[in-house]
Design a protein around this ligand. Sequence first.
Ligand code: MG
Length: 173
Amino acid sequence: MISKKLAKAINEQINAELWSGYLYLSMSQDIFAKGFKGIAHWFKVQFLEEQAHAAIMINYLHSQGERVILAPIAKVQTEWKSVLAAFEDTLKHEQKVTALINNLCDIADDDKDRAAQNFLAWFVDEQVEEEENARDLIAQCKMIGDNMNGMLMLDKELAVRQYVTPSPLASAE
Ligand code: MG
């Protein structure tokens, strides 16, 4: 059985995941307005993924007989100085999310809650990937610098990103 403390923390994490999605949707809108439709699409896929993360947590609370209470989603930044700045904020944000996930793991460990530990392991791996992706994109942007041809190539590359339903959600369908 899940502890009240962990159920509350996962409820808060649902809000954090939805806020993440809102942040990426906002980045997508700003970058679309800057004319990079492919990069805007990459952020739109991030938005979809974050919603899926929230849905996975909702399903877990349901499986534990807990109810979900949705809190308001705080406002997000709406403009970034450049694509690089948006990717840098993405990395900073994902590092914060990693700390939140690690905190959930600490609670599960204190509770000796094996089911929650297993459940959270997927998110631990996901955060490694999120941070790596952001770091790679920052590095690419820095290599491109002010070269507009390079930016247009990156825009084309990121336009083909496909949304894939995360495995814990795919298996729940
Ligand atoms: Mg997430």
